[in-house]
Design a protein around this ligand. Structure first.
Ligand code: ATP
Ligand code: MG
Length: 415
């Protein structure tokens, strides 16, 4: 039999159903696109727009809308020559230091201009200001998932950025914050809140008919004609509408349903494939969630999984911190302080990956005991595939032979 990779279902690239793809049309977000574009319009005339906070639950199109507006503004290059977008996903950034460094390095035109690791925070800040002034014009800083940055490191960094215009000479900065925590501004200092909140745009969840429109657009682009059975789009939309009206979830269901159909060597995608996809998705969400954690948080999660796998029992935060520190050092990373790691424990808990309960240690005070809430057999290999974790991951068995150190079992311990 000749194996062919040509799909019978997909028209061309599968990327059309992936998160990174920015579709040309975003149905049911016309009002939000108009509002955000209107607020940013002064930038095209060289004037500083207001800061904006964009709110909405997960998968409501916040990132996609801003990406589309960015493309639109950049396309009008004659008008937009004095406008520079800097887009950061704060979910992947560990510290205020790396935030400033990433902003600065995004503006650097050559390696010589880039800010190396090891400078003091003040020096990074003035280096960043210099790069901003060298670029000049209007800088639009998109801080996606800004709530995660604040939960991790507080709002000092937002204060610094929101008053930076008083220190810039030729450039002017406007901030576009994106958050899926609707109460995010309650945690901000009043000064920061009023500066960031100059304009607010809310993204409501999609209902089932709206999700159907979004899916139909994508299905038309992704699949050959006639391969999607009636009921498929409706079922994906119905499941996702129940789960907070999340378009990402709806698209993931459609993509996975297609993969299930391919696995069955079916010529069409049926509603049954959507049911199978829904079951599979629960597992995949965990793996994806691990993959998008910031570096130190990944190392921490791996340390927790390793300890938990050995013990098959709850592990205390002190032990977890020691394991984390050893792993970080082996990876050549400067370990973060216990306080930051404690914030990451809370973050992993809010993502539903672990559970942490406070336990009393007699006179020794109180500590937290951590229990892993995901299947270790799938989560560990997923993390070990990550280039960051791979160097400290468990050795993969080669060929038929599995080497075990029977003489000294302690040596098989990875710590
Ligand atoms: N109106 C829409 N039309 C077409 N596709 C959409 C629409 N809204 C969202 N999507 C798609 O759904 C997925 C999720 O959207 P997006 O990443 O913008 O959500 P988000 O609000 O930023 O979510 P999060 O808060 O989790 O970051 C993306 O693949 C995006 O292209
Ligand atoms: Mg987003």
């Amino acid at each position: 039999m000749i194996l062919t990779t040509k799909s019978e279902l997909f028209r061309g690239s599968r990327e059309v159903l992936r998160d990174s793809y920015v579709p040309s049309r975003l149905p049911h977000r016309e009002e939000q696109i108009r509002r955000v574009a209107e607020i940013l319009a002064p930038a095209l005339r060289g004037d500083l727009p207001s800061n904006i906070l964009i709110y909405g639950k997960i998968g409501t199109g916040k990132t996609a809308v801003v990406a589309q507006i960015r493309q639109d503004i950049q396309r009008r290059s004659d008008l937009a020559s004095g406008v520079t977008f800097i887009t950061l996903n704060c979910g992947n950034i560990d510290t205020p230091y790396s935030l400033l460094q990433t902003i600065a390095n995004g503006l650097a035109k050559s390696d010589a201009e880039r800010i190396p690791t090891g400078w003091s925070l003040d020096r990074v800040q003035s280096g960043m200001r210099r790069l901003m002034d060298t670029r000049g014009g209007i800088l639009l800083l998109v801080l996606d998932e800004v709530d995660r940055l604040v939960a991790r490191s507080g709002d000092n960094i937002l204060y610094t950025l929101s008053q930076i215009n008083t220190e810039l000479e030729t450039a002017r900065l406007a901030i576009i914050g994106i958050s899926n925590d609707l109460k995010f501004t309650n945690h901000l200092d009043a000064r920061v809140r009023s500066r960031l909140n100059e304009e607010k745009v809310l993204f409501p969840p999609y209902d089932a008919p709206q999700l159907q429109d979004i899916l139909r657009d994508r299905a038309r682009e992704a699949f050959r004609e006639g391969v999607v059975d009636p009921g498929v789009v409706e079922r994906c939309a119905a499941y996702a509408a129940l789960e907070n009206g999340d378009a990402r979830r709806a698209l993931a269901l459609l993509r996975l349903a297609a993969e299930m159909a391919e696995r069955d060597r079916a010529k069409r995608i049926t509603p049954d494939h959507v049911v199978k996809a829904k079951n599979r998705l629960e597992q995949d969400i965990i793996v994806d969630c691990c993959r998008t954690l910031p570096p130190h948080c990944k190392v921490l999660l791996y340390a927790i999984l390793q300890s938990f796998e050995r013990r098959r029992n709850g592990v205390l935060t002190g032990e977890v911190y020691d394991s984390y520190r050893r792993l970080a050092e082996r990876l050549g990373l400067q370990p973060l302080h216990a306080r930051s790691i404690s914030n990451y424990v809370s973050e992993l808990e809010s993502l539903g990956l672990i559970r942490a309960t406070i336990v009393s240690r007699g006179r020794g005070g109180r500590t937290r005991e951590i229990i892993v809430d995901v299947p270790i057999s799938e989560t560990m290999p997923a993390l070990e595939e990550d280039p960051l974790i791979a160097p400290v991951g468990r050795p993969k068995p080669r060929g038929q032979m599995l080497l075990t150190n029977f003489d000294n079992p302690a040596r098989t311990d990875t710590f």
